[in-house]
Design a protein around this ligand. Structure first.
Ligand SMILES: *Cc1c(COP(=O)(O)O)cnc(C)c1O
Length: 370
């Protein structure tokens, strides 16, 4: 069944009604929160909200005080998990201005996610406008230095109905959370646990879209990783249980002794914007990149023979995380002596320098919003 959302096609832009909060956080309290925000627990004063129903299409675009949503206990999202999200950051430049990094790619992926989940696709310009409006009103919440403002656009099925069908009503919203440098004093290599009991995604499933359900299904495997003393879980493919797919929330790259890179092909994995950016940067510097299946057994033997030099995970939150150790029910092995390698650290620096506007941006990836 294909959900039809005729009303979405026309509305490519909406005017946001901006209603500043009556109770802004005092500057001293805000500065105290920004001093050590951690990740995902501190929020700005406002949120952007746009609503959808079949009668009006996308409508009611507002920027308003951040507040709870009243949800009827029969709201569809609470029962059937029709929910999608995105994650991107706003970076403060040295000149005091603010950059977004490839927000058009997040907008496109959000639309793809909506289509897969039979939700009303949000026009890409509305996605970007909502983020920019929120950044304007909450600009004082964007940390300087190596910090950033993490932006979380999301959409929930808001129809009050227990029948199993695509919801006829949706809420799209953007909230923002200041975050410190993900790693204080440079990224420490992570250890990862190879999940053999649980898989993340199957062909034809939802592995390639950013829906909350994927995360719900990954938490047991992540808990198993923590039980085994590891930082993160890495999933294998659901059919042969041999091919590396990705971590719970990050894509993965392998670096070989001939200088080439490989990364698992798209299909059941999430098409990361960081992944795509690293492939582009690598290719333009003359590095060969293969998007090809790679097995856990090959990984183990390449690490032992020295053919594999480095492995790293990547995503918006952490940018690049070197992988120092791999643990599984069949034994552990280390990579690059457990230390961060030069290739991972090089991509990390290249990306961060572009994001903060410190390096040339030949692909027009950054968007100056302030
Ligand atoms: C968001 C996400 C990533 C990383 O995507 P980026 O666009 O690079 O932030 C990787 N894997 C999963 C499962 C994700 O949800």
């Amino acid at each position: 069944m294909r959900a039809s959302f005729e009303k979405t096609d026309g509305a490519v832009s909406l005017t946001f009604d901006v209603q500043p909060t009556a109770n802004p956080t005092p500057a001293t309290a805000r500065e105290a929160k920004l001093a050590d925000p951690g990740f995902g627990r501190v929020f700005t004063d406002h949120m952007a909200v746009v609503r959808y129903n079949h009668v009006n299409g996308w409508h009611g675009a507002r920027v308003e005080a951040r507040a709870s949503f009243p949800l009827d206990p029969a709201t569809a999202v609470l029962h059937y998990a029709q929910e999608i999200f995105e994650g991107l950051k706003a970076y403060k430049r040295d000149d005091g201005g603010v950059n977004l990094f490839r927000p058009d790619a997040n907008a496109r992926r959000f639309r793809n996610s909506a289509e897969r989940m039979a939700m009303a696709p949000l026009p890409e310009p509305v996605f970007i406008e909502a983020i920019e409006q929120l950044l304007h009103i909450d600009r004082d919440w964007i940390p300087g230095g190596e910090g950033s403002l993490y932006l979380r656009p999301f959409m929930i099925a808001n129809e009050v109905f227990l029948g199993v069908k695509p919801s006829a009503e949706y809420i799209f919203a953007v909230i923002a959370s200041p975050v410190g440098s993900y790693f204080k004093g440079g990224p420490a290599p992570v250890s990862i646990w190879v999940s053999e009991n649980y898989t993340r995604a199957a062909v034809g499933g939802t592995g390639a879209v950013k829906c909350g359900g994927n995360y719900a299904a990954s938490l047991r495997a992540q808990a198993e990783a923590i039980d085994r003393g590891c930082d993160q879980v890495v999933f294998l493919d659901a059919i042969e249980r041999r091919y590396i797919e990705e971590l719970g929330g990050m894509n993965i790259f392998f670096v070989f002794d001939d200088g080439s890179l490989s990364t698992p092909p798209l299909g059941t994995i999430l098409p990361g914007i960081t992944r795509d950016s690293i492939i582009t940067l690598a290719k333009e510097s003359g590095t060969q990149v293969r998007e090809e299946p790679y097995t856990i057994d090959q990984w183990r033997s390449d690490a032992a023979s020295g053919r594999l030099k480095e492995a790293f995970a990547c995503g918006t939150a952490a940018v690049v995380s070197p992988i120092g150790k791999v643990c599984s029910a069949h034994g552990d092995f280390t990579i690059n002596g457990g230390a961060a390698g030069p290739v991972a650290m090089g991509f990390r620096k290249k990306l961060v320098d572009i994001q903060y506007g410190r390096a040339a941006d030949p692909h027009d990836w950054t968007r100056k919003v302030l």
